[in-house]
Design a protein around this ligand. Structure first.
Ligand code: ATP
Ligand code: MG
Length: 394
């Protein structure tokens, strides 16, 4: 049996080039000829994950729909894939709760994405964490939304007698929520709920993937039953695994990056694409070479160019960054950016055309999702029965 599962957050509404090259082209290629019990693919718009960061309800609703439009436009075929909204299949939350109770908190504190997002929120909130605070103190103070007291020893300062009233009267809701810490466990539930064998994802998800494997193994061994199938991450080949931000080429391209200039969205117009690439951060070294360490901006452009070419014409000279660097070796920055921009415009033109078409057909998109949700619920209920039996709820 081959069961494929993956998800994408509806943050931002439209996927970017990193999502497309790092994950979605694999989603499309892993679709079977037909949806059969032995080879199924489940693709989910993971809206429960999206609310780990603040979301405006009306925008979120629109973004969920736009994400469905985007997925159909990149080539997800409802006859061959089960496309659904995570929040409409209530068993994701239910399994997540059970897995929460099987996952040591210590496994979560070391997740890179939690640390990165927590640091970002710390900067936004202006919370001052003293440099000498321990990792545990810093984490706790971020969760509390208060800076650790510098003079008092932390053991006495955190256990004053009116702790309970302080917790309820403090309605300051800024700072990371519990869900942001816990969401890799929800992600494990997403995967294990369908007994997925393969999970096509970008390289930024390696750690979360390993966590899902650890949770599955420890659950199976605790109950001495193969309730969960052990899943395997499937990563894009070549340079598409991790596409970097156009502004800060040492950070990954992300939907949640506040700067729209940092990414190419799949619905950007050719003019927008050319402008964003024109403004991309590069260096002032003469000529084009592929040097990921010393020339991250140029390297990112070469990798993007290579990955886009590889989708249409795998194996051609320009399908590797080294090959691109040879072809463009005499180019100056402006020439390089023009070539990369035109390559992206060309590579995304079919997706953009289909997007215009699907955007007009709201009823069709809604129907696809509803049918997908019906199928997903049937599959998820089967696993949930095994889980509940193992735990002792039946
Ligand atoms: P957010 O910033 O909201 O987390 P995101 O851009 O990271 O958004 P996700 O919805 O978290 O997108 O991820 C969807 C898929 O895209 C995942 O498989 C992820 O690994 C992959 N992915 C995300 N960013 C990149 C990137 N820069 N390069 C390659 N793959 C990526
Ligand atoms: Mg992400």
């Amino acid at each position: 049996r081959r069961i494929v599962l993956s998800g994408i957050q509806p943050t931002g509404g439209v996927p970017h080039l990193g999502n497309y090259l790092g994950a979605l082209t694999n989603w499309v290629n892993m679709q079977p000829a037909a949806d059969t019990p032995d080879h199924r693919v489940f693709y989910s718009i993971v809206d429960l994950h999206a609310i780990t960061m603040p979301q405006d309800p009306a925008t979120l609703r629109r973004n969920i729909h736009d994400m469905a439009v985007s997925l159909l436009s990149v080539g997800i075929d409802p006859d061959r894939a089960v496309l659904f909204r995570q929040s409409r299949v209530h068993l994701h939350s239910e399994l997540a709760w059970i897995l929460f109770c099987k996952t040591p908190v210590a496994w979560l504190g070391r997740m890179h994405q939690w640390k990165t997002k927590m640091e970002a929120m710390q900067q936004q909130s202006g919370l001052q964490i003293p440099a000498n605070a321990t990792q545990a103190e810093a984490t706790l103070s971020l969760l509390n939304g208060t800076a650790p007291e510098q003079n008092a020893p932390s053991s006495t300062s955190s256990s004053t007698s009116d702790d309970t009233s302080a917790a309820t009267s403090n309605l300051n809701t800024s700072g990371p929520c519990l869900g942001l810490l816990a969401y890799p466990v929800l992600q494990a539930a997403d995967i294990l709920l369908y007994k997925a064998t393969e999970v096509p994802i970008g390289e930024d998800q390696v750690q979360h993937m390993n966590l899902a494997v650890d949770i599955a193994r420890s659950f199976n061994s605790q109950y001495k039953k193969d309730v969960f199938t052990i899943p395997r991450g499937v990563y894009a080949t070549g340079t598409a695994k991790k596409i970097m931000s156009l502004r800060v080429p040492t950070a990954k391209m992300a939907k949640s990056d506040p700067s729209d200039q940092s990414r190419i969205n799949l619905d950007d117009t050719p003019q927008e694409i050319m402008n964003k690439i024109k403004r991309a951060t590069v260096d002032s070294i003469r000529g084009v070479t592929y040097d990921a360490v010393n020339r991250p901006g140029v390297a990112n452009l070469l990798r993007i160019h290579a990955a886009v070419r590889a989708v249409k014409e795998p194996g051609c000279v320009e399908s590797t960054p080294e090959g691109c660097a040879r072809v463009f070796s005499e180019y100056d920055n402006a020439q390089l950016k023009k070539a990369v921009g035109e390559c992206i415009v060309d590579g995304l033109s079919d997706v953009r055309d289909r997007m215009v078409r699907f955007k007009k057909d709201k009823a069709y998109v809604e129907e696809v999702l509803r049918k997908g949700e019906e199928k997903a619920i049937v599959a998820a209920e089967r696993t949930m029965r095994d889980v509940k039996r193992a735990v002792g709820f039946y």
